[in-house]
Design a protein around this ligand. Structure first.
Ligand code: FE
Ligand code: MN
Length: 351
């Protein structure tokens, strides 16, 4: 009797469990045992996500509805910017969620990272929910907004680019137990966390926060602020995951992989600039396509540096106020007002 107990205890001593934890290609025990934690950054990102808890319906939309319905409330160009952004994000959030659940989750073999991925998947559902809520509030044509990935070329091109990355991981024969397999997996992570959430999302955020800064479409702007704060944590987690996999598998970081990642980011930058030109052919609210050309290149350089690749565009930052929106101190103030409302409004009754 004691033999069985001692054997099972000895088979799981703490230092072995921690050492056996791997971001990819861990054995079955290490996949399921959360504690002791090895990747504290993953747990921190999970806690940060929980601190940012919010729901779309908490944001009042009355002023947006009044402005949107007034015939002279917005110019045609301003309406185009709003609609193109809703059109892109409404599908993009689902693509990210599907890639996480169907592609990434299976191959990340660490419980603290999976805990974060479960949290992130829920947040992606909240983001899609936000676009449903905005469409309903403003009385827009939901079919039109949610099918722009098929009717607007520049959205179609961005979505097609990321969908191809998911396809490789969804192949039932896809495995990560080879250098080529891990490289393919890292390409997917760079494609989603760095390109989709870290580049494709940010010019859309800048456009919608541009409205908010001018005190217009403030409800939509506030939804985008919440989403931006979630996305900045998604990006931080993704960067830590990519760099962590590389540190555990240094053999994957070949010149060929680096070339492929650089080419991917080059292509993404071009697609994003095309999308910005499409949204802002004549410029609105003091924002024009030239600003976005610089902005996309500027943030692409910042993302490259974070995954250990040299910056290559050297563009100025035309929107320094964007980083203020993500800045931690303001984030705290922002959530001090909102989270309190959420907790009182959504308080559970046990009677
Ligand atoms: Fe999202
Ligand atoms: Mn996300």
């Amino acid at each position: 009797m004691s033999f069985v107990a001692e054997t099972s205890l000895e088979s799981l001593p703490e230092h072995v469990a921690v050492a056996e934890k791997r971001l990819v290609n861990a054995d079955l025990v290490a996949v399921n045992q959360l504690m002791p934690l090895k990747y504290h950054w993953a747990w921190e990102h999970y806690l940060n996500g929980c601190r940012n808890h919010w729901l779309p319906q908490e944001v009042p939309m009355d002023r947006d509805i009044a402005l949107w319905k007034r015939p002279d409330g917005l110019t045609d160009d301003e309406r185009t910017v709003v609609l193109r952004n809703l059109g892109f994000f409404s599908t993009a959030e689902s693509l990210v969620g599907n890639n996480l659940v169907l592609g990434v989750f299976k191959h990340v073999t660490n419980p603290e990272c999976r805990q974060y991925l479960l949290r992130q998947a829920f947040e992606e559902a909240i983001h899609t929910h936000a676009f449903h809520y905005i469409v309903e509030s403003l009385g827009l044509d939901g079919h039109e907004v949610f099918t722009m990935h098929r009717t607007v070329n520049t959205i179609h091109d961005k979505d097609g680019f990321t969908m191809r990355l998911t396809e490789a991981l969804c192949d039932p024969d896809f495995r990560t137990d080879s250098v080529g397999g891990i490289q393919k997996f890292v390409e997917n992570l760079v494609g989603y966390y760095v390109v989709m959430e870290g580049i494709f999302f940010y010019s859309g955020f800048a456009m919608m926060l541009g409205f908010h800064r001018q005190n217009r479409m403030t409800g939509v702007g506030e939804q985008f602020q919440y989403i931006l704060r979630d996305e900045s944590t998604h990006l931080n987690f993704g960067v830590d995951l990519i760099n962590g996999i590389r540190a555990e598998n240094p053999e994957i970081w070949t010149p060929d992989l680096r070339d492929r990642l650089n080419a991917m980011i080059d292509e993404a930058v071009e697609r994003e600039i095309a999308y910005a030109v499409d949204c802002l052919p004549r410029g609105v609210l003091g924002l024009n396509a030239e600003h976005f050309r610089d902005y996309v290149r500027h943030i692409a350089d910042r993302r490259l540096e974070r995954i250990g690749l040299p910056a290559r565009y050297a563009a100025p930052n035309p929107f320094p106020w964007m980083s203020e929106t993500i800045d931690l101190k303001k984030e705290k103030n922002f959530f001090e007002t909102r989270v309190t409302e959420y907790q009182s409004g959504g308080a559970l009754s046990w009677d």
